[in-house]
Design a protein around this ligand. Structure first.
Ligand SMILES: Nc1ncnc2c1ncn2[C@@H]1O[C@H](COP(=O)(O)OP(=O)(O)OP(=O)(O)O)[C@@H](O)[C@H]1O
Ligand SMILES: [Mg+2]
Length: 255
C-alpha cells in the first residue's frame, strides 16, 4: 500500500514550501441574514493534507461549499493557482481541478456504482478506463459491486463511492467533508488509509473532520474554526499537542 510513496513531502511536516493550490482570502459568507463565515483565511499547498476542524455549526461545510463554488461569498476571494474563481459555478469549477465530496455523500441511489463513477467524469468526453481501474484498485469493494445500485450500498461503501466519483474528475485538490461520519471504526480506519494513499499518489487534500485526532495524525497542518472564524492554525503535531485543542476536540482534560 505504501509502494507509491515518494519523498515528495517537505522534510519538516507542516513547513511545505510547495506552491499554493487553494487560497481563501477574507471570506464572508451569508445564509440570508446569518453570517456563517466571518473573514476566513486559509491556504492549501500542493501535496498537503490540511485538516479543518471545529464544532458543529462552526462553518466547516460552508468553507468547503464556498471553495467548490456551491456558494458565492459576499466578500472575499477564492483562488485556485492564484486565479480568482469565486463566482464560477461548481460544475464549471471542476475543470479547475477541484473535487468536492459533500457532507452526506450525495450518491445517486438509483444509479449503479459504475454509473455513479461515470457521472464523476462528466467534464470529459469519455470515461478514462485507467481512472475507473484506479478507483477499483483503491476500493476493491466497489469493483465487486459495479452493477449494484448506489442506494443499496452500506454507509462505508457509499462513502467509498462518493470519493471514487470525485476522483473520476481528476481533481488536483480534493475537498472531503466528514468522510468518517457514521461509520464503524474499522471502516473509518480503511477510509483514512485510502485518503492517505490518494494523497501520496499526488492529490492535495482539504479534510473536514469531527474525528480531530485521526485527522491531525494524517494531516500536515490544520485550522480550527469557531463560529465562522479561524480560532487556531498551525502544524498538525503542534495542534495535536495544544491543550486547548485536546480539551475541546480530543475529549481530554474537560473540567
Ligand atoms: N442552507 C443553510 N441555510 C441557513 N443556514 C445555514 C445553511 N447551511 C448552514 N447554515 C448555518 O451556517 C452555520 C455553519 O454551518 P456549517 O454547515 O458550515 O457548519 P459545520 O461546521 O459544517 O457543522 P457540522 O459539524 O454540524 O457539519 C450554522 O450556523 C448553520 O446553521
Ligand atoms: Mg458540516
Amino acid at each position: 500500500m505504501s509502494g507509491t510513496t515518494q519523498s515528495r513531502k517537505a522534510p519538516e511536516r507542516g513547513e511545505s514550501t510547495s506552491p499554493v493550490v487553494l487560497e481563501l482570502r477574507d471570506l464572508h459568507v451569508f445564509y440570508g441574514a446569518i453570517e456563517a463565515l466571518k473573514g476566513i483565511n486559509l491556504t492549501v499547498r500542493r501535496g498537503e493534507v490540511v485538516a479543518l476542524l471545529g464544532a458543529n455549526g462552526a462553518g466547516k461545510s460552508t468553507t468547503l461549499r464556498t471553495a467548490s463554488g456551491m456558494i458565492a461569498p459576499r466578500e472575499g476571494q477564492v483562488l485556485l493557482h492564484g486565479e480568482r474563481v469565486d463566482g464560477i459555478k461548481s460544475h464549471d469549477l471542476v475543470r479547475f481541478g477541484i473535487g468536492h465530496v459533500p457532507e452526506g455523500r450525495g450518491v445517486f441511489p438509483r444509479m449503479t456504482v459504475r454509473e455513479n463513477l461515470q457521472m464523476g467524469a462528466y467534464r470529459f468526453k469519455s470515461v478514462d478506463k485507467d481512472d475507473l481501474d484506479r478507483v477499483f484498485t483503491l476500493f476493491p469493494r466497489l469493483g465487486e459491486r459495479k452493477s449494484q445500485l448506489g442506494g443499496t450500498l452500506s454507509g462505508g461503501e457509499q462513502q467509498m463511492l462518493a470519493i471514487g466519483r470525485a476522483l473520476m474528475g481528476k481533481p488536483e485538490v480534493l475537498l472531503l467533508d466528514e468522510p468518517s461520519m457514521g461509520l464503524a471504526p474499522l471502516i473509518v480506519q480503511q477510509i483514512f488509509e485510502i485518503i492517505k494513499e490518494i494523497n501520496e499518489q499526488g492529490t492535495t487534500v482539504l479534510l473536514v473532520e469531527q474525528n480531530a485526532s485521526q485527522a491531525l495524525r494524517m494531516a500536515d497542518r490544520g485550522y480550527v474554526l469557531e463560529t465562522g472564524s479561524v480560532a487556531m492554525e498551525g502544524g498538525a503535531a503542534e495542534l495535536l499537542s495544544d491543550p486547548r485543542v485536546r480539551a475541546a476536540y480530543l475529549g481530554e482534560g474537560a473540567a
